[in-house]
Design a protein around this ligand. Structure first.
Ligand SMILES: Nc1ncnc2c1ncn2[C@@H]1O[C@H](COP(=O)(O)OP(=O)(O)OP(=O)(O)O)[C@@H](O)[C@H]1O
Ligand SMILES: [Mg+2]
Length: 293
């Protein structure tokens, strides 16, 4: 962490405090839902990060998910592919509490029933989601965006109101390095390239240290070079986080799977095939519904 970054951080913080005061504060701690109590912490001791079992979602009788079952291990990087309308985004909507399934169960770790939690609480227990369109604060700098993401975590909000600790500044520095934006720390986010905005948003998710990251078409609209860098970023996150990556870009999927990781193919709301990328590419049904198009 360079001293000028620390000075800049302090200045930004002052700025942000003033901003908070003019809009009447954050609502205070009473406005928070609070962290889950100890017994409600996710338990990853058995190595499973996420378990979906027999999930069905119907929209006016149409089954967007049809008895979908899927398990993701702790630290696993899983790519999910499949044709348009297969239910990939709907699956993420279920995991994050945006859509309630008609049937089935969704468990985070060994013990957390996701279907009983609201979106907000799901984000708080460690599930981060990246939507396709980057949603960064365009008028704020890269650093300020990351700072705000830190503040969104109510575990650290109270301390952030007094000052950023050295540890928090270090974390911002670490994340900026991971997302290749250290040199852009003071740059207004609105001036970043599309790919850089995507990385910044991923960085904002990382500030909350999610156990599970859901990434829906993260490289759509990126240049080839940005796509490659994104794959490197995800590979560096693997192990410390579980990542579920939905993508149509097969070159990207190939880079992520490194020839051996499991890929899941969704079709008509359920798992059509699972295996290495070359396994599923050789699967006749997969070729028919998706790859052979
Ligand atoms: N809110 C909704 N109301 C009605 N139908 C919906 C709704 N959300 C999704 N669907 C339908 O459910 C199906 C699955 O959609 P979903 O967005 O999950 O597919 P996807 O696999 O993410 O596709 P894509 O690759 O195009 O992003 C589609 O037929 C879609 O039209
Ligand atoms: Mg989708």
């Amino acid at each position: 962490m360079t001293p000028d970054l620390q000075t800049a951080g302090a200045e930004r913080l002052q700025h942000w405090r003033e901003h908070e005061q003019t809009r009447g504060g954050s609502g205070g701690r009473s406005a928070s839902f609070g962290r889950p109590v100890r017994g409600d912490e996710p338990d990853f001791a058995h190595g499973v990060a996420l378990y979906l079992d027999d999930i069905t979602v119907s929209f006016d009788g149409f089954r967007a998910l049809n008895a979908l079952s899927l398990a993701i291990n702790v630290g696993e990087l899983r790519c999910i592919i499949g044709p348009n309308g297969a239910g990939k985004t709907t699956m993420m909507d279920v995991i994050t509490g945006k859509t309630r399934p008609d049937a089935g169960s969704a468990t985070f770790g060994q013990n957390i029933d996701l279907l009983r939690l609201r979106e907000n609480a799901i984000a708080q227990i460690g599930i981060g989601r990246k939507f396709q369109k980057p949603t960064v604060y365009e008028q704020l700098s890269v650093f300020e965006n990351l700072e705000l993401a830190l503040a969104a975590d109510r575990r650290v909000r109270a301390s952030l109101f007094s000052r950023l600790s050295g540890e928090q500044l270090d974390r911002i520095g670490e994340v900026m390095a991971l997302i290749h934006l250290t040199a852009q720390a003071q740059r207004t986010a609105g001036l970043l390239s599309h790919g850089q905005k995507q990385w910044l948003e991923i960085g904002m998710l990382l500030m909350q240290d999610p156990k599970l990251l859901l990434l829906d078409e993260p490289v759509a609209g990126m240049t080839d070079e940005e796509t490659e860098r994104t794959a490197e970023l995800f590979l560096s996150l693997e192990g410390q986080h579980s990542l579920v990556v939905v993508e149509h870009d097969m070159k990207f999927v190939e880079q992520l799977t490194e020839g051996w990781k499991k890929v899941t193919v969704l079709h008509e709301g359920r798992v059509l095939a699972e295996g290495t990328l070359s396994d599923v590419q050789a699967n006749q049904q997969v070729v028919e519904v998706y790859l052979g198009r």
